[in-house]
Design a protein around this ligand. Structure first.
Ligand SMILES: NC(=O)c1ccc[n+]([C@@H]2O[C@H](COP(=O)([O-])OP(=O)(O)OC[C@H]3O[C@@H](n4cnc5c(N)ncnc54)[C@H](O)[C@@H]3O)[C@@H](O)[C@H]2O)c1
Length: 363
């Protein structure tokens, strides 16, 4: 069982990620915040509050301090951003307000952007409750909401003051949501950690009760923390934080064209990882045999390796043009140079990409 706290090294904005005795630590930290004159507020969603009805009260949060929003991607919108800001204003929250996100990536992204915006910025804390948010979205300070025109188009970098990772919360997460988080775990192995990749290959399976889970979550956070420390705002001309988007150019296009909610983010990422592996083989960076290895791993964790209904290649190609990673009108991909190592790749011709879409069932 990992016991340490990991520090995300960002000079004066450095912060801890706590992995052990999390509920007790939270209780003490919330109590200290109150004692030093801070008001505390929580943004959460109806799904996690129903599944974990005692969690926040046992920590010491009071009902009136908790804003419950509907579950689902649609909550990452201007409407709920506005509702959350009004909630803070109407509950007399001032500059000393400490805002906690309790939920998955949807709540973390929205609450983080609320924290970045309210009174030009209040302190923000993350209590991630899905596997995806524990290994990915709660760390790194990317916050934001969607517009009807596209995902994550409005937002800010706003680092949390601390992240509290309590893997016991995953006991109530549905198997489908757990699997979606595994896509990001596999991504970390592919992009930066061959040992993690091989460990995942060796596992029979993984669930909320697996003894291996805490160490895997911690390992993913360590990779993300290092990448974020090296390139916080994704400004590196090549490599850097953009590498975390392995498979995501494809995934975002799938989510966009299929309609948000058709695929969970992690499910789209799983298909994207297969495509990124095929692309890496097509440009001669890895052997063809790696494709089968990645596909088998993804299938083992109950994730899709193909589209579940036909999408149009022309729509998917158009959606890819909107990817935030593109530079100077050119599509930018993350490719694997050997399992566990990745680079950003700019010069891929569109015929190659169209062919890749065909391999996952697009027409
Ligand atoms: N900021 C970043 O760096 C970053 C990185 C990756 C993904 N994201 C974003 O994260 C979002 C996806 O996050 P997600 O996959 O966590 O989905 P989510 O936040 O929608 O949560 C999934 C579902 O699980 C339920 N839930 C949460 N915790 C639970 C628990 N412990 N028990 C039972 N049910 C629980 C929620 O109510 C919800 O219905 C996307 O919007 C994506 O863009 C952000």
């Amino acid at each position: 069982m990992p016991t340490e706290t990991l520090i995300v090294q960002l000079a004066e904005r450095s912060y801890p990620i706590h992995f052990s005795d999390v509920a007790e630590r939270l209780k003490a930290d919330v109590s200290n915040l109150r004692a030093s004159g801070h008001s505390v507020r929580v943004i959460s969603d109806a799904g996690v509050l129903k599944a974990q009805p005692e969690y926040l009260t046992q920590i010491g949060f009071e009902d009136g301090e908790i804003l419950s929003l509907p579950s689902g991607e649609a909550t990452k919108s201007i409407e709920f951003f506005s509702q959350a800001l009004s909630h803070l204003a109407s509950t007399a929250s001032n500059r000393d307000c400490a805002l906690f996100a309790f939920g998955g990536g949807v709540i973390g992204d929205l609450a983080g952007y609320v924290a970045a915006s309210y009174l030009r910025g209040v302190d923000f804390y993350q209590i991630p409750s899905t596997l995806l948010s524990m290994v990915d979205s709660s760390v790194g300070g990317k916050t934001g909401i969607n517009l009807p025109e596209g995902k994550n188009l409005v937002g800010a970098f706003w680092q949390p003051k601390a992240v509290y990772i309590d893997t016991a919360l995953l006991q109530t997460l549905s198997p489908r949501e757990f699997a979606a988080g595994m896509a990001e775990v596999i991504k970390y192995g592919m992009l930066a950690d061959l040992e993690l990749f091989n460990d995942l290959v060796a596992l029979k399976g993984l669930n909320a009760n697996s003894a291996e889970l805490p160490a895997i979550v911690r390992g993913c956070c360590a990779i993300k923390a290092q990448i974020v420390a090296d390139d916080e705002k994704e400004t590196a001309t090549s490599g850097g934080r953009a590498l975390l988007n392995l498979g995501h150019s494809f995934a975002h296009a799938i989510e966009n064209v299929a309609g948000y909610g058709q695929y969970l983010h992690g499910e789209a990422v799983a298909i994207g990882l297969v495509m990124a592996t095929r692309l890496s083989a097509a440009i001669g960076q890895i052997p063809e045999s790696d494709i089968m290895q990645v596909k088998e791993l993804i299938k083992k964790f109950e994730l899709p390796v193909r589209l579940n209904h036909v999408l149009k290649i022309s729509d998917l190609m158009a959606a890819m043009q909107c990817d935030k990673k593109n530079r100077g009108g050119q599509l930018r991909f993350v490719t694997v140079t050997s399992l566990g190592t990745t680079v950003t790749t700019d010069d891929v011709d569109s015929n190659t990409i169209e062919e890749l879409w065909r391999t996952v069932g697009a027409q």
